[in-house]
Design a protein around this ligand. Sequence first.
Ligand code: G3P
Length: 217
Amino acid sequence: MKFFIDTANLAQIKEAQELGVLDGVTTNPSLMAKEGITGRNNILKHYVDICNIVDGDVSAEVISTDLKGMIKEGEELAELHEQIVVKVPMIKDGIKAIKYFTDKGIRTNCTLVFSCGQALLAAKAGATYVSPFIGRLDDISTDGLNLISEIRHIYDNYDFETQILAASVRHTMHVIDCAKLGADVMTGPLSAIEGLLKHPLTDSGLAKFLEDYQKGN
Ligand code: G3P
């Protein structure tokens, strides 16, 4: 299972990279704005800065919603760095753009996916990654994890190569449940990754080991 961090915060990306378990980064316009990164040139530079920190794939999202605009933007993003994966929204022109990019050998991440039908279309168009937003489904009393399970089932039926990138992951149980269900990738905040470390028995066990060591020395 690949671990991506879902942020545009360089300090957090570095911290996750230093932990040694990071496989990539996902961003979106909201995450960029949260870090105060605005203006096309600054945003493009920020993507390169992120690529220079991590070894893996970095999703960079197009802003256009028409095919021509998405192609222009996506090609520009893909040119930036070999680690860039062009993130395209799940809309009609988005599917056309994914097909176009796939034929050109440009990798894509189909974002804002909330149903099996959308995931099926993304795979048919050849998306490298499909991003079901599980947290946002949970927010509206719909089982986000069930969507992961259903997409896994459909993709396995036909050996689709599109990787299921569980997105809008909010906490450690999302990560663990996605791993159980066979999501290929999860993207979440640093807290969800670091939360996997924690167990009170680890802390008390270590404290006791150190205490006993001190007694004997
Ligand atoms: O990976 C998608 C993500 O950025 C959305 O997360 O927490 O805003 O639903 P969230």
